[in-house]
Write a protein that binds this ligand. Structure first.
Ligand SMILES: Nc1ncnc2c1ncn2[C@@H]1O[C@H](COP(=O)(O)OP(=O)(O)OP(=O)(O)O)[C@@H](O)[C@H]1O
Ligand SMILES: [Mg+2]
Length: 396
């Protein structure tokens, strides 16, 4: 297994949550590639023997109907001929915890699954089975832990009567935690607009808690850089910050024989290109976003204004950016919105870099020097951006 770094604090907190009685539904959220999935899987793999994790990841799965949701949720047991849930659980228990502790979905005998699947409103019976199943595990001395990763994938699914599947799922999760205390329920997502919707959902108010898995702070990141063997740690910090997913990417570049600096530049380029595309579209007047059923045209200078905020600040309050522009930059994964704490910050440090590079272009073209507040100095290789040479920048 690949090496797992840091996250002691988060693992400890998760441990405290999981060793207690299930009382609340936990929403695990954080910037893209921050390591949410790895953290959860690590925690689930280290659970004591009397706990049974069920981990379902909707990434890359097509979940546009309740039937497809059920296919993801369940692992159909074709061998078992049992039709009674309690009997089935004692059967599984006899096989040992290994039969349960696989991170691949809820086991269900084919004979129970088929009739549920044929029902018009499949969801109701599926949740009844789950409740019976989790209850049965509790009675047999096991504590189930139910985890759904990439939960936003099912946000558009509704039943034949148009009722959202999420409402049913949330009711079920509240029932499993606050009401019956049968089972820990965790949902993971990096879609902050979705988290914003959930946090405004009255059904979940007072019944849920949010668990942020953020990119690492500087001192923790520096320690992980050491583990990866990165050399110019200040440079790495200025490019990718504490995003573990990006450290892994840089490590791959280096192992492929590319220098640390070139590897970082490659990663900057991706974000820079994306930002440039967005700005170009806005400049041409084609950049639109839908808001309350209306299409609104966005302007490049306003996008720049929003990004400018991060020249001097690490994060700004949610209200500090015009809602439409915030929505665009969050949806494009350029900014991360933490709706729980009401703040916005860049997903990637390269955002700053690319932004400074853009500036640099302007500076060079106009042959004048723009004053940027000082604290550290570093060099930006702008060869990759179509202009030769190096430029020295002063960055906050
Ligand atoms: N603590 C860690 N130690 C080592 N590698 C890690 C750690 N956390 C994450 N990674 C690696 O970083 C990459 C991104 O991690 P992961 O997929 O868990 O992030 P995520 O937050 O779930 O991403 P997404 O937003 O796409 O769901 C993966 O390659 C993973 O193996
Ligand atoms: Mg993930």
């Amino acid at each position: 297994m690949a090496h797992f770094y840091d996250r002691e604090r988060e693992l400890k907190d998760l441990g405290i949550v999981l060793e207690g009685e299930p009382n609340l539904v936990y929403f695990v959220y954080g910037p893209i590639n921050s390591g949410k999935t790895s953290l959860i899987v690590k925690a689930l793999n280290s659970l004591p023997k009397d706990m049974s994790p069920f981990y379902i990841n909707f990434r890359g799965r097509d979940v546009s109907s309740t039937g497809e949701f059920m296919n993801c949720l369940f692992r159909i047991d074709k061998k078992s001929l049992i039709e009674n849930v309690k009997e089935y659980i004692s059967d599984l228990a006899r096989e040992g915890t290994d039969a349960l502790a696989k991170l691949t979905g809820i086991p269900i005998p084919k004979r129970i699954f088929d009739p549920i699947f044929k029902e018009k409103d499949k969801g109701d019976d599926a949740f009844l089975y789950l409740e019976e199943f989790f209850n049965g595990l509790v009675e047999s001395g096991q504590r189930p832990v139910f985890v759904l990763d990439e939960l936003q994938m099912i946000k558009k699914v509704s039943n034949a009567a148009g009722r959202p599947l999420l409402d049913k799922l949330f009711n079920f999760m509240v029932r499993m935690t606050k009401e019956t205390h049968f089972c820990h329920c965790l949902a993971v997502t990096s879609d902050s607009t979705f988290v914003e919707e959930i946090s405004g959902n009255a059904r979940m108010e007072g019944r849920s808690r949010y668990f942020l898995v953020d990119d690492l702070e500087k001192d923790r990141a520096m320690n992980v850089y050491n583990e990866f063997g990165f050399k110019d740690k200040e440079l790495v910090w200025n490019y990718i910050g504490g995003k573990i997913g990006d450290m892994v990417r840089l490590d791959v570049e280096i192992r492929l024989g590319i220098s640390e600096k070139d590897g970082l530049n490659r990663m900057v380029k991706e974000t820079a290109n994306k930002l440039e595309d967005i700005l170009e579209e806005a400049n041409e007047g084609f950049l639109q976003i839908e808001h309350k059923g209306k299409k609104i045209t966005l302007h490049a200078d306003k996008i720049m204004e929003a990004l400018d905020l991060f020249i001097h600040e690490d994060s700004v309050t949610k209200g500090g950016i015009l809602p439409m522009y915030r929505k665009l930059l969050v949806e494009e994964n350029i900014l991360f919105l933490d709706p729980v704490n009401g703040v916005v910050y860049p997903h990637l440090f390269p955002l700053r870099m690319s932004f400074f590079n853009k500036r640099t272009k302007n500076i060079i073209i106009q042959e004048r020097i723009v004053d940027i507040t000082v604290s550290t100095f570093f060099m930006v290789d702008i060869n990759d951006f179509g202009i030769g040479g190096f430029f020295q920048l002063r960055v906050i």
